[in-house]
Write a protein that binds this ligand. Structure first.
Ligand code: ADP
Ligand code: MG
Length: 696
């Protein structure tokens, strides 16, 4: 079974290189990734025998009803301006309308669509007054396909270039080929809960009825439980195998008082207390596994550096793991002068190709032990990164990493301790999930010099007022972040939105003043833009959410977020935390599009009312619990594919108990059930733990 699920997508009949690439970007490269990529809603598709028949009942239909019509194509028109849509005019004996194609290839469409032929068209209509059109129809083709385009059908969250039809059919093929697995759950459990087998559960979620979208649906519960059990087992197995081995006791550094004196600020009472907790952990002979929680801007970096100083005083090594290149760069810059003043060697290791040569050198020095401190991205996890004596792993923005990733780095040291840091306060449930019982230190106050951030919520049509207000800020030589959101279905459109805003702001404020930052840029380019923004050469930075975490620029005093309704609560809080870091009064403007959903409305008002990250995190979990997919996806908590920690709290507790029982009876997973559970673990890519098991 394990084998089959790890097959690449190309092993499925009908998946060529292009589809494979698109699927890979969307779901991952293995059959298992595909099988665990589920539809997120159903659409109702109604067939109308004529355009007139549709128009007559259009006003009675639900807003997101899709329609199917059989029409004739009578004209295909090129875009009237560069970047404009291609228009395909279609008609029948009772009326006509347009199909619109954005960012599409004219020649391709012309070849594919035969003029004056009857075709079946299915998609979602949009109205402009009395006229309607269909943007990017889901299907244009032979009328014989009609049975496939009426009734309700599942919809997958898509990426540009992939049609729902392709994803659905590829998934069906994979499902048919999927093996029946040896049941790893106890039969009594399946029986009392009325849960289906693994394969039945997958099949149900791919061909769902409305009721199957409920968190209580047996198929969903079963798969969620599998996932939670795998995770809890991983946690137990890895902790007990690695943490019972004792750590080394590292005495407190005597150089700390003089280092603190050299800083331009004094530690807050909180920082001092939290560092004391960490320092005591390090000096005890137990291994440290501690979570340092502190809202954005509470000053975690300097605390982690103090911990690093304690370690490096013993000639041992410290690795700082950051989730993005930009963040790694920033840490490197922040810590460089500190390290220098103490005579400690510090360097950076990241995945960017510009650094390949440099990377080699860093790796050599890590191996020889002449480099004490290293900051890096995922590149630190690579197998060829070897430390002479790694004693402390600091994981910044830890919720961005999975248990396995943290373990991988941790395993590179014989005696390493872990300090995980998070700006998103983690609700208790999630702490249990991710760490079991670990030590937790909280920075609950911010440095005193911070001014509160004023948050305002405005409709998008006030954007001109916002732009007018910017001049005043520019005159004071302050900086502005301008965030354009990720558009769910298409990365391409997402980029276009940011690019267009960039150009329009350049038009108003001048080319030199405005910069652009997005995920598709090379990391050197990103670094360049970020550093000109930090220097003030650029004063307005238009960006997609790539700047979301950790960036620290004191002169930034205004954060504008377009389409704030599309972001998760915690994410908005994170973004807002990019301003208000210096002496200036700062504000955050949340611009929303009309037609706000109830949930989006409450999200925005919570932000306006409070700046308290803990409160926001709790509200986030509560609101996301009410089925708000967007929030889940963007909050950084989406470590699970099926389980929803809010809805499946009871399952989490069950899984915790079960994992403990299993572990007590069969710590190496060698019994009959144990062997089946190994399958479960490999299904969820928990292979690192299996390595532990075999290594003893
Ligand atoms: P975060 O907890 O969000 O990672 P940082 O560690 O990036 O926060 O700190 C934010 C800013 O606050 C940095 O510029 C840092 O130098 C500054 N800072 C940290 N501690 C203090 C303090 N005690 N007083 C004043 N400024 C501080
Ligand atoms: Mg930080």
């Amino acid at each position: 079974m394990e084998n089959f699920l790890n097959y690449p997508l190309s092993s499925l009949p009908g998946v060529g290189p292009r589809t494979r690439m698109l699927l890979k970007n969307l779901v991952g490269d293995s059959l298992q990734d595909l099988l665990f990529f589920f539809p997120h809603r159903l659409v109702e598709r109604l067939y109308f025998p004529s355009i007139h028949a549709y128009l007559r009942s259009a006003h009675t239909l639900k807003e997101d009803t899709f329609i199917t019509l059989i029409v004739r194509i009578n004209q295909i028109s090129r875009p009237t301006r560069k970047g404009g849509p291609i228009k395909v005019h279609v008609e029948d004996d009772t009326g006509s309308f347009d199909l619109m194609f954005f960012n599409s290839n004219f020649q391709y469409l012309q070849k594919k669509l035969m003029l004056f032929q009857d075709v079946l068209v299915s998609g979602r209509p949009t109205f402009y007054g009395k006229k309607f059109q269909i943007n990017h129809p889901d299907y244009i083709g032979a009328p014989a396909a009609l049975p496939d385009f009426r009734g309700s059908s599942p919809v997958y969250p898509l990426t540009a270039g992939l049609s729902n039809k392709v994803v659905a059919s590829v998934t069906q093929t994979a499902l048919k080929m999927a093996p029946d697995v040896d049941e790893w759950l106890r039969p009594e459990l399946l029986q009392t809960r009325q849960w289906p087998s693994w394969k039945e559960a997958l099949t149900t979620l791919h061909c769902p009825k409305p009721i199957d979208f409920l968190p209580t649906c047996p198929a969903r519960q079963r798969l969620a439980y599998d996932e939670l059990l795998a995770q809890q087992l991983t946690l137990l197995l890895s902790r007990t195998t690695s943490f019972t081995k004792s750590g080394l006791s590292t005495p407190a550094s005597t150089r700390i008082p003089s280092f603190l004196k050299s800083l331009p600020f004094e530690l807050t009472v909180c920082q001092t207390r939290v560092f004391k907790e960490i320092s005591e952990d390090l000096s005890s002979s137990r291994r440290m596994l501690r979570l340092l929680q502190g809202d954005v801007g509470s000053g975690k970096t300097v605390v982690s550096f103090l911990a690093a100083l304690q370690i490096s005083d013993q000639n041992a090594q410290v690795a700082f793991l950051a989730p993005t290149e930009i963040l790694a760069q920033q840490h490197f810059k922040t810590m460089s002068p500190w390290a220098e003043s103490l005579g400690l060697s510090l360097d950076i290791l990241s995945g960017s190709s510009s650094q390949r040569k440099h990377g080699k050198d860093v790796k050599n020095r890590l191996k020889e032990g002449v480099l004490s401190l290293v900051v890096g991205t995922h590149a630190l996890l690579e197998d060829d990164v070897i430390f002479k004596d790694l004693r402390l792993v600091v994981v910044d923005e830890q919720h961005r990493f999975g248990v396995e990733q943290r373990l991988k780095l941790f395993k590179k040291g014989r005696h390493s301790d872990i300090l995980a840091m998070s700006a998103t306060p983690i609700p208790r449930t999630l702490q249990l999930v991710n760490f079991g019982d670990m030590g937790i230190s909280v920075l609950h106050e911010k440095p005193k010099n911070r001014k509160p951030i004023t948050t305002r919520v405005l409709p998008l049509n006030r954007i001109d007022d916002v732009i007018n207000g910017i001049t005043r800020i520019l005159e004071k030589n302050q900086r502005i972040y301008w965030i354009c959101p990720l558009i769910e279905e298409s990365e391409k459109l997402d980029l276009t939105a940011a690019q267009e805003r960039f150009l329009s702001l350049q038009h108003v404020f001048g080319e030199k003043v405005v910069g652009l930052l997005h995920g598709k840029m090379k990391s050197v380019e990103k670094e360049n833009v970020m550093s000109s923004f930090a220097r003030g050469d650029i004063q307005i930075l238009v960006s997609t959410t790539v700047i979301e975490v950790g960036i620290d620029i004191k002169e930034a005093s205004l954060m504008v977020i377009e389409h704030a309704e599309r972001f998760g609560l915690s994410q908005l809080h994170q973004l807002r935390g990019r301003v208000g870091r210096g002496e200036d009064e700062s504000s955050c403007l949340l611009l929303y599009a009309e037609g706000l959903s109830e949930i989006a409305r409450s999200r925005l008002s919570i932000l306006r009312e409070t700046n308290d990250g803990f409160k926001i995190a709790e509200e986030d979990l509560r609101l996301r619990g009410s089925g708000d997919l967007l929030g889940v996806h963007q909050s950084g908590y989406d470590i699970f594919k099926v389980a929803d920690l809010y809805e499946h709290k009871d399952l989490l507790e069950m899984a915790q108990k079960e994992a403990r029982l299993i572990f007590e009876k069969d710590p190496h997973l060698l019994s009959e059930q144990g062997v089946k559970l190994r399958n479960l673990l490999s299904l969820f890519n928990r292979v690192h733990v299996l390595e532990y098991l075999t290594a003893g």
